[in-house]
Design a protein around this ligand. Structure first.
Ligand code: ZN
Length: 245
């Protein structure tokens, strides 16, 4: 483990165009569990149990907005969460001019809270919400304080989180930005993701640089392609790196 941290630190020292690609594991140590690990929601009226994936699908949002927001507020918003060592170290690397972009599957805004500027949020952000009718934006507090279905005070439209739900397409501009950053990187660090969620696996194919690094608690399909694999928690790894950098 120590050797691997030393190797990672050495790679970071030698790199000038690092891109970080992160998933749910990055936010775990900030107290945000992967919503997919939840038990879903039992619906008394319909006598069926919805899976977490069904609950955050576009169809479910349109059909059962009340239940959607119940699950959403309970399992997807964590207003008390603070950035952890991974977020803080990555922000520091950006300030040092080493890290050029973060591509994240997370929707919690913790990279920006830590000070990172270039963040491609593939799945959107719980911090932004917009009226489906007039387009007015609202913050996270507005959603938390709303009873049942958040409604726009201006026009009465439903306020939808700016989060990519299942069945919805990703933002083209964000994908382009992420692909561009990854294709120019000399080092790609992938952390806290098992790489099974779309479009993670496809995006890493754009990497043509020198060092591919994987930091994840469990193994991933890309482990054999990587120059360095660390099977440990991302917060712990970056905490050690921060001391050495
Ligand atoms: Zn409105």
């Amino acid at each position: 483990m120590e050797n691997k941290i030393a190797k990672l630190t050495e790679i970071i020292r030698d790199s000038n165009n690092i891109v970080f690609f992160g998933g749910a594991g990055c936010s775990c140590e900030s107290g945000i569990p992967d919503f997919r690990s939840s038990n879903g929601l039992w619906n008394e009226k319909l006598k069926i149990k919805f899976t977490p994936e069904q609950l955050v699908s576009h169809t479910f949002f349109m059909k059962y907005p009340e239940e959607f927001f119940k699950f959403y507020k309970d399992k997807l918003i964590y207003p008390e969460a603070k950035p952890n060592a991974a977020h803080i170290t990555l922000a520091k690397l950006e300030k040092m001019g080493k890290l050029k972009a973060i591509v994240t599957q997370n929707i919690d805004g913790l990279h920006q809270a830590a000070g990172s500027k270039i963040v491609y949020e593939l799945h959107g952000s719980v911090l932004r919400n917009y009226c489906m009718k007039c387009g007015t934006f609202y913050d996270e507090k507005f959603i938390l304080e709303a009873k049942e279905i958040p409604t726009c005070p201006k026009c009465g439209g439903t306020v939808k989180p700016d989060v990519v739900l299942y069945e919805e397409g990703l933002d083209d501009n964000i994908i382009r930005g992420a692909v561009d950053a990854i294709s120019k990187a000399d080092t790609l660090i992938i952390g806290g993701t098992s790489l099974v969620v779309y479009p993670a696996a496809g995006l890493i194919n754009y990497f043509k640089g020198k060092n591919l690094i994987l930091i994840n608690k469990s193994t991933t399909f890309a482990d054999n392609k990587a120059d360095l694999v660390i099977n440990d928690s991302i917060g712990k790894v970056f905490n050690e790196v921060m001391k050495l950098i």
